[in-house]
Write a protein that binds this ligand. Structure first.
Ligand code: ZN
Ligand code: ZN
Ligand code: FE
Length: 767
């Protein structure tokens, strides 16, 4: 007989961990206890060594579904002669950190109860259990218990309390548990927010949506706007009212079978759709489906998700499984509304009616978006269902570090030990509301994790609001400050999620990032590790006429690239007013408001415009998305000419002039846009392969990471990976965080952690 003391760290509280441990110990006839203590699970267990070994192995290998064990260790202790195994009361964890679980889609058992007329939770829109329900979105502070969530105002009824206190019950310590007798209730309001007298809010809301109305629905992490996805008039009206003209809407369908009827679904895509995170998955549409074209105009893909709250299940059930548009509850690009008062104000004029409830949302959390490339997941937005789950880092943070990310697609990351807690998506920090949430949620995460940063990391860009926040906060709390170059952060984020610390080639293609030379970088081949980087190659600088305006107006980039290549393109010139063209030429000649850029994103824009696909965009990345779509239809695999010219001993410039001349020539010869798009993609692949081989010849490196927003492009990612592998390279793509700026904070954190630990190492050497 022996006794062991076991500590377990990770997401182990509020996920059914102690009942699981208790059941397991009882099965194995072991004595002792389990309790929550200072943010960790503490177990003392005694019995025969083989049974103890099996106990530990089972905990490691088969923990409860929502648990994530980060660290587990044990040591022998003195035998006490316990025979039974008990869950003992928690000790205070006022000062311990807690790991909060992400919000989790309704589990199978809760779903059964939801539609079981004999169950007391029958048709209750807010049922949940230890394995599912709201988490991050309702938490207000630490420690995680009901009074510190937005469920504080709902005292449990005796039946719920009995379940909550029963270790054998699947609602044991489920903080948000509720039932019709004690929990939140639905309410129906008209388009101005006036409450209606409806006795069946859900049924009435469903009827209106079925009849073509646009509804606003208070969900888990914010409001959604919804309408029948097959109703072309309703979808068009929603676009008009929301001022969102072309950016695709996501839809929600009741079951995986319904998703497969609309779209092609591989095994990985099915698995992601049905996962507890329940993200939006981008899928290829089937032909002739009963979904209005305006849902995702001119786009072969459709963003689909399955219901993830009981309310969604009930709504779709009421609507007899009609697919619903589920788009963020906002006008154009503002942050999503989360409070009724705000929603009634901002969505008045968009929604005909509101279905709301009295459980407050504390943390705004957008739906996550993923796509599957070569059977591998690629996150496009990591938010609901994923955040704030930590990511293991290859280097240790010697002191707590806060990384504040970029500007668009804002996220922050808190580093502690070897863990990076990456926040939910905060949106465009230019919006005051988004910035407010950013500063408040940084404080919230710090409280939950019981950390105060000793170092704050930010982007090099002096004008990002996140940079301003970092500088001010560092001054206020008296901590150190570090800046990290944008593309080095992209590269480091991909390295960090794959545990890479040795030097790699970082192929970093995106829209824009501040370069230390004052230019706008964005088509970069870096070489380096987590600490340092060297720029080995970049796309030739071209002026961006009008700065940011060129991002919204791809024709400006087309004009700039043509001018740079001394080329003409008659069909293009015929579409642009001569006066406008003259202005652009003058701006370029005089260098007036035309910052030089190596951006790969802007090159995609220029080619899309030259090919006659699109001269103006209504959302970020639209031209590139359409270029990719067309390229998948194109058959011609010819490659356009390009040049890679050495500029200095180690720096190469990718000369795009031959490429632009060839594209212009194709357009003049009336080549199909799909052909140009296809050839351009092949050319990008060849450029990447050639430059990587070149760098390999220079320094022998054979590991490549592909990162930056341009790699949201499945065709480019997939073909580049294949070609690089054929050439003997080891290729890594993002799997945990987005390749776009949503992943920047993780990269900044990794760089900061590596620099501070290597600094400490060198200082140590000297001593
Ligand atoms: Zn459940
Ligand atoms: Zn109850
Ligand atoms: Fe970027």
């Amino acid at each position: 007989m022996e006794r062991r003391a076991i500590t377990i760290e990770g997401i182990v509280q509020g996920v059914g961990f102690r009942p699981f441990v208790c059941k397991l110990a009882t099965q194995l006839r072991l004595g002792g206890f389990v309790r929550n203590q200072e943010g960790v699970v503490w177990i003392e267990v005694e019995g025969e060594a083989p049974a103890l070994n099996e106990f530990i192995r089972e905990i490691k290998d088969r923990p409860p579904p929502l648990a994530q064990i980060q660290h587990m260790s044990w040591s022998p202790c003195e035998l006490l002669g316990d025979c039974g195994f008990v869950i003992s009361p928690s000790t205070s964890n006022e000062h311990g950190r807690i790991f909060i679980s992400p919000d989790v889609a309704t589990c199978a058992e809760c779903l059964k109860e939801l539609f079981d007329p004999t169950d007391r939770h029958f048709r209750y829109p807010f049922l949940n259990c230890t394995n599912c329900g709201p988490r991050l979105t309702i938490i207000r502070g630490a420690p995680y218990d009901r009074p510190r969530t937005t469920m504080a105002d709902f005292p449990m009824c005796p039946a719920c309390a009995a379940e909550y206190h029963d270790p054998a019950n699947r609602r044991f310590h489920a903080q948000p548990t509720a039932c019709p007798a004690c929990g939140p209730q639905l309410r129906l309001c008209d388009g101005t927010g006036q409450p209606s007298t409806s006795s069946a809010p859900l049924g009435d809301f469903a009827r209106a949506v079925r009849a073509g109305s646009i509804g606003a629905l208070k969900g888990l992490g914010g409001f959604h706007l919804t309408c029948a996805a097959a109703n072309a008039a309703a979808v068009a009206e929603l676009r008009r009212r929301k001022h969102r003209h072309e950016k695709p809407f996501a839809i929600m369908v009741p079951t995986i079978a319904a998703a497969e009827q609309l779209c092609e679904c591989g095994p990985r895509e099915r698995e992601r759709l049905q996962s507890p995170a329940a993200p939006i998955v981008l899928l290829r549409k089937r032909d002739n489906i009963d979904i209005a074209d305006a849902v995702a105009p001119g786009n072969p893909m459709l963003g689909i998700m399955l219901p993830y709250t009981p309310l969604h299940h009930l709504l779709l059930n009421e609507l007899q499984d009609l697919p619903l548009v589920m788009t963020s509850g906002n006008a154009s690009d503002e942050p999503i509304a989360i409070h009724e008062d705000d929603a009634f104000g901002r969505l008045a004029g968009i929604a005909d009616l509101f279905l709301v409830h009295n459980r407050p949302i504390h943390v705004r959390c957008d739906d996550s978006v993923v796509r599957v490339i070569d059977d591998q997941e690629l996150p496009l937005r990591r938010s609901r269902g994923f955040a704030p789950r930590p990511i293991a880092m290859p280097v240790e943070c010697r002191h707590p570090i806060l990384a504040v990310g970029g500007q668009l697609k804002g996220t922050f990351a808190l580093g502690q030990g070897r863990l990076a807690f990456l926040s939910h998506h905060l949106g465009d920090l230019d919006h005051y509301d988004a910035f407010q949430a950013f500063t408040r949620d940084i404080e919230l995460y710090q409280e939950l994790l019981a950390v105060r940063p000793a170092l704050i990391v930010h982007d090099l860009h002096p004008d990002y609001v996140s940079t301003g926040y970092a500088t001010e906060t560092a001054r206020r709390i008296g901590c150190r400050l570090l800046s990290v170059q944008h593309h080095h952060a992209h590269m480091a984020s991909c390295m960090a999620e794959h545990g890479l610390t040795e030097p790699v080639i970082g192929v970093t293609l995106d829209g824009a990032g501040f370069g230390p030379d004052g230019a706008i970088w964005g088509g970069e081949f870096l070489v380096g590790d987590l600490c340092n980087y060297q720029r080995m190659a970049h796309f030739r600088y071209v002026g961006m006429p009008g700065g940011d305006q060129a991002t919204r107006e791809p024709w400006r980039m087309a004009a700039a690239f043509l001018e740079d290549a001394q080329a003409e393109c008659k069909p293009f010139a015929a579409r642009i007013l001569p006066a406008k063209m003259r202005t652009i030429k003058q701006m370029l000649a005089g260098g007036f408001h035309t910052p030089p850029t190596s951006s790969a994103g802007r090159l995609f824009d220029a080619v899309a415009s030259l090919a006659g696909i699109r001269d103006l965009v209504s959302y970020e990345g639209q031209a590139a998305v359409e270029l990719e779509c067309l390229a998948t239809e194109g058959k011609d695999l010819a490659v356009y000419p390009f040049l890679v010219a050495p500029a200095t001993n180690s720096l190469r410039i990718i000369d795009t002039r031959p490429l632009i001349r060839a594209v212009a020539h194709d357009a003049e010869q009336s080549a199909a846009p799909a052909t140009i798009a296809r050839r351009f993609h092949s050319t990008m692949v060849e450029i990447i392969v050639q430059v990587c081989q070149d760098i390999h010849g220079h320094n022998g490196l054979a590991t490549v990471v592909l990162t930056g927003g341009v790699f949201q492009n499945a065709l480019l990612s997939s073909e580049t990976t294949t070609r690089l592998k054929e050439c003997g390279f080891l290729v890594y793509r993002h799997r945990l965080v987005p390749p776009n700026d949503g992943g920047l904070s993780l990269g900044q954190l990794a760089v900061a952690a590596a620099r501070t630990s290597s600094l400490a190492a060198t200082n140590g050497d000297r001593e």
